[in-house]
Design a protein around this ligand. Structure first.
Ligand code: NAD
Ligand code: ZN
Ligand code: ZN
Length: 352
């Protein structure tokens, strides 16, 4: 089969022929119908170095995947060949207290996971290939009616990650509150939709690109702002001087974290999701009182089921552009140059 593989750190992925995977006991092979291209893959290609993580190349890219069950390993029940499924991406040990709650993103026994702290497309072979081996049937979530693998794929990360970040702040997103989304790309455009679908907050979107701000406005953002020197006063003014109850930073650079802190409201949440590696000098006076600052990583399996439900009911509508497998590198280049809108999804197979 064909696979888009990262062969070593600090290199571009290559399209190569590899053997078709064969499922062992308890495992499942999925025919991939959609594999999202995430900005994290650009960090993997350009910034990661040997020794930084307990895993490394070579492996097949693609950590947001959906498709159709292709082959069931011995002992797997409850799934039929041809059934459409989403693949829950972070793979933990499956047995620790967090994993038992479906929060494999925060597994506490990573030494017993298929790849410590990773998953398919992150150390283990992912979905930018004709087929993907899923090491346990528990990572499969059946697709609800009305949702196809091409649209479901980005929901497993670009949807799930902002959903988790928004959901944990739900109690603060009451009527009269404001949420700021910084970076309206793959994750950010779905964050705007998730805020609109699940909260009563006013939504302010921030991006450097006019087309991303247009997308945010089309998704229902109440105000769009460029991150220049006028951003802080504009956001403060639009909230009656109070600031934003929740700021979600899908960039994570020095300047975006500083902006997030500067527009936050007493008792608010600043949640950094982007991996740009920015730092923030924390002092008693550098944030309004009782602002909580956190990073989040991906989301839980129960949350993925909720995200898929929102999408099946038409409340989440990922904006996607599709590419055949041989154009995966081109899709990454477009994202890198700031020419992508929403999420780019690689489609190895148009059907089961
Ligand atoms: P993307 O490239 O699709 O979107 C990024 C957006 O940010 C673009 O629209 C870009 O124009 C905008 N942007 C860039 N610099 C900006 C700035 N200074 N101010 C405002 N906007 C700016 O990327 P994505 O796939 O949505 O990923 C976003 C980030 O989230 C990446 O760093 C990625 O690695 C990270 N990520 C984290 C998790 C997690 O679990 N924590 C999961 C997935 C992705
Ligand atoms: Zn990702
Ligand atoms: Zn675990």
């Amino acid at each position: 089969m064909r696979a888009v593989r990262l062969m070593e750190w600090k290199s571009d992925p290559v399209l190569v022929e590899v053997d078709d995977p064969v499922p062992g006991p308890g495992q499942v092979v999925v025919r991939i119908g959609g594999a999202g291209a995430c900005h994290s893959d650009l960090h993997l290609m350009h910034e990661f170095e040997p020794g930084l993580l307990p895993w490394g190349p070579p492996f097949t890219l693609g950590h947001e995947n959906a498709g159709w069950v292709h082959a069931l390993g011995a002992g797997v029940t409850g799934f039929d060949v041809g059934q459409p499924v989403a693949i829950y991406g972070p793979w933990g040990c499956g047995r620790c207290p967090r994993c038992l709650l479906g929060m494999e993103n925060y597994c506490e026994q990573v030494q017993d996971a298929p790849v410590p702290g990773g998953g398919g497309g992150l150390g283990f072979d992912g979905g930018m290939a004709d087929y993907m081996l899923v090491p346990s049937a528990r990572h499969l979530v059946p697709l609800p009616d009305g949702l196809d693998p091409v649209h479901a794929a980005p929901l497993t990360d670009a949807g799930l990650t902002p959903y988790h970040a928004v959901r944990r702040s739900w109690p603060k997103l009451v009527p009269g509150s404001t949420a700021v989304v910084i970076g309206v790309g793959g994750l950010g455009h779905l964050a705007v939709q998730i805020l609109k679908a699940t909260t009563a907050a006013r939504v302010i979107a921030v991006d450097t690109r006019a087309e991303a701000l247009n997308l945010a406005a089309n998704e229902g953002a109440d105000l769009t702002v460029e991150p220049d020197e006028g951003a802080v006063p504009v956001i403060r003014e639009s909230t009656g001087g109070r600031g934003a109850d929740v700021v979600l930073d899908f960039v994570g650079s020095d300047s975006t974290i500083a902006l997030a802190a500067a527009v936050s409201r007493f008792l608010g949440d600043v949640t950094v999701v982007g991996l740009a590696g920015g730092t923030f000098a924390f002092t008693f006076f550098s944030l309004p009182y009782e602002v909580s600052v956190q990073t989040t990583y991906w989301g839980s399996r129960p949350e993925l089921i909720e995200v898929l439900d929102l999408a099946a009911r038409g409340l989440l509508r990922p904006t996607i552009t599709t590419f055949p497998l041989e154009e995966a590198l081109h899709a990454y280049r477009l994202m890198e140059s700031g020419s992508s809108l929403g999420r780019q999804v690689i489609v190895p197979s148009p059907g089961p």
